[in-house]
Structures are given as C-alpha cells and as structure tokens.
Design a protein around this ligand. Structure first.
Ligand SMILES: [Zn+2]
Ligand SMILES: [Zn+2]
Length: 145
C-alpha cells in the first residue's frame, strides 16, 4: 500500500483531495498486475463495497490521469486501459530474437520532453521509449552457427 500513499501525497501536493473513491481506484490498480479498463475498475471498486457508479469512476480516472498518478492507453473511454504510474521510470532494451527485456534506469528524454512540451504548449506527463536489437547471448549463438 506504500505506493498508494506516495501517490496520495502527490495528489495532495497539487491541492487535490484524496477521496475514498480515488483511494479505492488507486488500490484496485495497485493490486492488479495488468492494466484495467474503467469498467473493470468499477466492478472491482464495487466489490470493495464502495458506493460508486461508472460515471464517477470515469470522472476520477480523468482527474488521476491529469494529476499524473496513472497512465492511460487507448483513446476511447470504454476501451482505454489504466495503470498506476510505475515507481521506477525505466526504459527497456528488448531482444528481437529471445524477447529478453533489460530495464535501463537512466532516462535521456526528460529534458527533451520538457523542451518540446514548452515549445508546443503541452504538459508532458509521461513518455515511452523502447530500444530493439539483439542481446549478446543471441549474437554469440548466431556467430557459432
Ligand atoms: Zn536475445
Ligand atoms: Zn524516460
């Protein structure tokens, strides 16, 4: 639950209230290891005996997204999937052959994102970068063959 606490303080730092509903949404997302749609979140929040409606869930998801607490994939409300913003900001190296993923802690993009955001009048809340190629194991194996 620490992650939820951290995100709560992030929300409060922006002058927003951490309501019971919002906390329930964050807890549901934190308990899930995959992204969830608004409807799935709604059902899980209701399972926690929290009085809510799908409309309320949508509204709170929009707020949490705007505050940079969750990520969103997809543009249609009913198909969009939400996830808690991950603790570590990582980028991935992905091997095209064996699909091995290596997480890289450093981010070369943050200052770039800021510059571009300012220039285009965007508030950038997240970005993604993945690097594809072949890992050393796969390269060695290819050499031997
Ligand atoms: Zn590989
Ligand atoms: Zn980055």
């Amino acid at each position: 639950m620490d992650r939820v606490k951290k995100l709560s303080s992030k929300l409060q730092a922006q002058g927003q209230k951490m309501t019971k509903q919002r906390r329930a949404i964050l807890e549901v997302l934190s308990a899930s290891d995959k992204p969830l749609t608004a409807e799935e979140i709604f059902l899980l929040v209701r399972e926690r005996k929290e009085n809510t409606s799908l409309t309320t869930v949508y509204r709170n998801l929009k707020k949490l997204f705007a505050a940079g607490l969750i990520t969103r994939e997809g543009f249609h409300d009913d198909k969009a999937q939400f996830q808690l913003l991950s603790d570590c900001h990582c980028h991935n190296l992905i091997c095209l052959n064996c699909r091995k993923v290596v997480k890289i802690d450093e981010c070369p993009l943050s200052s770039f994102a800021k510059t571009v955001g300012e220039r285009e009048g965007f508030t950038i809340t997240e970005h993604r970068m993945e690097l594809y190629g072949y890992c050393s194991d796969c390269l060695q194996r290819a050499k031997k063959e």
